[in-house]
Design a protein around this ligand. Sequence first.
Ligand code: SF4
Length: 328
Amino acid sequence: MMNSTIKNIADQSLQNKPIGRDDASYLMNIDSDEIYDMFYWANRIRLKYFGNCVSTCSIMSAKQGLCTEDCSFCSQSARYHTSTNVFPLVDPDRILNVAKSAEQTGSGSIGIVTSGYRINSSCELADISRAIKSIAENTCIHPHGSFGILTRETAQYLAKSGLKRINHNLETSERYFPHVCSTHTFVERVSTIRIAKEAGLEVCSGAIFGMGEETEDRIDLLFTLKHLDVDVIPLNFLCPIPGTPLEDTALLTPLEVLKIISVCRFVLPDKEIKIAGGREKNLRDLQSWMFYAGASSTMIGNYLTTEGRGIENDLQMIKDLKLELKRS
Ligand code: SF4
């Protein structure tokens, strides 16, 4: 028999009425076969708001390494000794070529990602702007980007260049943030999200799970994202990288990952939930379950400094599930 509490919470989400923290806590603490009831309802909620369509996106690392920050999960901090390649901002023409390849493989967008606290110079900003303009003019996919902390002026300049969406993850809850980064604050990250919204940019903001945070941190984070009314929530799952402080952290279990996806769907029923980095290692054979657990989108291809599985495998998975790939 189906768990009636989960059904009652799902009814709220199906009517797009906010569920309470207690409800999210109840769901996050399910640790029995009832987890499958939660997946069932998360899938029903996804179907209500997104139908049979799922979307995909790709990212490219356009500037890598030598970062002044100390995010403990990241191989690009100059403080850690990792095997990640280091390179300066790549040429705008090369960014355009990557965008064209992403378009051909079915991605709806290309995210240009640069390492660092913020865009370093007016020269870098001008090159990023040129890349954004040429993607907007020469492809049918949307230019998105992730450029660290933004000032008002930078956000407005990027928006005028044709940038559609900014990615700026909160990474974790406000309480846990100082455990993963000491060189900037959670408040600065929230402020960048607000600045981006004011500049008319769509905001993609999520987190990395599995960094040692508590269940309550996960719930706090989801409600912060709801409060900020972000457009897309990318869910990353830690892939411990040798040389970083989190290198010995254990992976999450596949069911734990699916549970986080489902609770996110209940809390943010009508928002795009995108499964991003760490999917392959943390979900293993259960990758195709991410949609049944409530995800409506996934990143395909390689991540910033780690490899994804082949794009053709992901496109085949979507086809086998009889889901429709939403094109931009
Ligand atoms: S996550 Fe971004 S800000 Fe933090 S160390 Fe990596 S590149 Fe730097």
